[in-house]
Write a protein of this length. Structure first.
Length: 636
């Protein structure tokens, strides 16, 4: 297939991700970056640059234009691009009013070209699966979303936090921008694609921040077929990251769709689904007539809600006595619980007594949690906001001692691709499943478009924890390996509990898997790869020891059954219970430990590879003898 020539308009914000995606598709021979449209383009792109998008399209012969510019420019630029002869991938929301939406629709009809809207969640196979998961009609959908945004989020651009700017609609509110995917996903599951699908809209718009638009809101939609969609979202959460979800209500059953993760939870089991990239889908449409996943017409229902918000009175300020001011943000304590309750009961915030009810409602956010003797000791987490260069993967964080001390760290400044406790390998058949740069022999670390991700297939509860099936997916979408994983928790002493973590790798390419570390490529001592634990860097009194030696230099690369990493407040005792690999250890630079699968030579896996480790998590600093006793007494 001849590569499709693509221009990207708007590359200084979210458009950077589109540039990276074009680069990924170019590496696969499917696309070619033909030009960039921006009033402040970065240098060194090596392609034509112009602030005039129609001229850029005509001069480069671009067949596709990606538009990732401010919201109020979406409609005019989409119309101009279509009339210049390019199909369009238009970032969400497609337009800030029904009138402008109609103008883009008219240009699509006039030119015979297509406009795909960038609701990425609608490319997920979880959307159609959600319609049938209950085995009965979906009578209602509750949507819960609770994120946090710092003050500078509302100063990131001239239009941020505004409903209108210089008399022009921009509609940058919680419902219409950051949680637009939540709204669009609920409408898609309900089949409410068109504006006519919505029979009635109730709105409750609030703001805690000193902005023009809403940062905390409820909307309840009554569809023509009788289905109710109740949406409650906020950008003033007390928590740093939650995954928003759709609560699906049937007559006798319910389920949850985590749209950022492409996962459905039903009957206690989570199932993961594939997602199709929307630019890749548009290119396939242009070249071979593949059906579009998110044509403009599918977003009429969303635009109907956006238009209702546009015409509604401005959001009501939340009284200061309900708001907690922090140095970088404002918080509505307890708003997450209200969002969960609203989704479960299909209610609005006012019906739950907001804002007076903040802090009085208890409805915990749905999470996957490990418990030891009934006590929460670890969250098993996925994140829907990670970039490909992070090598996204499930991970344990926060992990706590029985006394409540956190002993994991995620995305620290020194290594933003470190995620608590996880399985990560720097090279699996040429794909980077560790994150960050790739070490290239004789060149050093290079940031390459070679990152893979771990995609969950199923997660189901077992006695004491969970069993999980995963696909390891390369940058081109190929499943290079399958993994079966178990993780369980148990108490082993009054001041300690144990994590039992096991995984089995099986190749899926029809040939033996080859695993490598950076050390295999010439970086001395960098044998990392496998189960890896990143501990908090701000811990005091860090020390590492085995039964035979102590200190980073002495234990790094040693092959012993157990190893302890200790601080003044906690101790972690790592015990290899299946397989015996050299220990990769860091203390001085940062605290991190893991058995290294490919220490300094590539490891070839003809069929499958099994490894297991037990980690004892204890309060306080353990003496070497106590660490040894726990290691010998808890292994296996």
């Amino acid at each position: 297939m001849r590569p499709v020539r693509v221009v990207v308009a708007g590359v200084n914000g979210y458009g950077r991700h589109h540039l990276e995606n074009v680069g990924r598709l170019a590496a696969l021979g499917r696309a070619e970056l033909a030009g960039v449209g921006d009033v402040r383009p970065p240098s060194g792109l090596g392609v034509p640059v112009s602030a005039d998008l129609p001229v850029l399209i005509r001069e480069t012969g671009a067949e596709v234009a990606v538009i990732a510019t401010p919201i109020h420019t979406h409609a005019p630029l989409a119309v101009a691009a279509l009339r210049a002869g390019a199909h369009v991938l238009l970032e969400k929301p497609p337009a800030p009013s029904l009138e402008e939406f109609a103008a883009v629709s008219a240009a699509v009809a006039e030119t015979g070209l297509v406009c795909q809207v960038g609701f990425q969640s609608l490319g997920s196979a979880a959307i159609p699966a959600a319609r049938d998961v209950l085995g009965e009609p979906v009578r209602g959908i509750g949507v819960a979303g609770a994120w946090t945004r710092p003050f500078d989020y509302y100063t990131r651009s001239a239009w941020a936090g505004h409903r209108r700017l210089d008399g022009v609609d921009v509609m940058d509110g919680a419902l219409t921008n950051p949680f637009a995917h939540a709204v669009a996903s609920a409408l898609a599951v309900a089949g409410a694609d068109t504006a006519e699908s919505i029979a009635g809209i109730e709105l409750e718009l609030y703001r805690a921040n000193g902005i023009e638009s809403d940062d905390t809101s409820s909307a309840r939609l009554r569809l023509a077929g009788g289905t109710v969609i109740a949406i409650t979202v906020s950008l003033c959460s007390d928590r740093r990251r939650t995954e928003p979800y759709l609560h699906l209500h049937g007559t006798t059953r319910s389920a949850r769709l985590f749209y950022t993760l492409d996962e459905i939870e039903a009957g206690g089991v989570r199932t993961g689904y594939d997602r199709t990239d929307l630019l890749g889908n548009l290119i396939a449409h242009v070249r071979d007539g593949a059906g579009l996943l998110v044509p403009l017409a599918r977003t009429g229902g969303f635009t109907r809600l956006l238009d209702a918000i546009r015409r509604a009175p401005g959001p009501r300020p939340v009284e200061g006595r309900f708001v907690r001011a922090e140095p970088s943000r404002l918080v509505l304590p307890g708003i997450e619980d209200l969002a969960v309750r609203a989704a479960a009961e299909l209610k609005t915030l006012s019906e739950l007594g907001f804002p007076e009810s903040l802090g009085s409602v208890r409805a915990p956010w749905p999470e996957t949690v490990l418990r030891a003797d009934g006590r929460d000791v670890a969250a098993y987490t996925e994140r829907g906001d990670l970039q490909p260069s992070d090598a996204p993967r499930p991970h344990l964080h926060p992990v706590r001692t029985l006394g409540g001390t956190v002993v994991t760290e995620v995305q620290p400044d020194d290594h933003v691709h470190h995620f608590g406790a996880s399985v990560a390998i720097s090279d699996v058949d040429g794909a980077n499943f560790w994150g960050g740069s790739t070490y290239v022999r004789d060149e050093g670390p290079r940031m390459l478009a070679d990152h893979g991700r771990q995609r969950r297939r199923t997660l189901r509860p077992v006695d004491g924890g969970y069993a999980e099936s995963l696909d390891w997916v390369g940058p081109d979408g190929t499943v290079v390996a399958a993994e079966e994983r178990t993780l369980t928790a148990r108490t082993v002493a009054e001041d300690a509990w144990a994590l039992d973590f096991a995984f089995t790798f099986t190749g899926r390419t029809g040939r033996p898997l080859v695993l490598q570390s950076s050390a295999c490529k010439g970086r001395v001592g960098a044998g990392y790869g496998g189960f890896f634990w990143r501990a908090p860097k701000d811990s005091s009194g860090l020390a590492v020891f085995t039964g035979e030696a102590s200190g980073e230099e002495a234990v790094h690369g040693s092959v012993t059954p157990w190893l302890a990493l200790a601080s003044d407040d906690w101790t972690l005792v790592f015990v290899q219970t299946a397989g015996l690999d050299p220990w990769f250890v860091r203390v001085a630079e940062y605290p991190g430990v893991g058995p290294a699968l490919a220490w300094d030579e590539p490891l070839t896996v003809p069929e499958s590879l099994h490894r297991a480790v037990t980690v004892v998590v204890a309060d306080g600093r353990l003496a070497p003898g106590r660490a040894r006793d726990l290691a010998e007494g808890t292994a296996g």
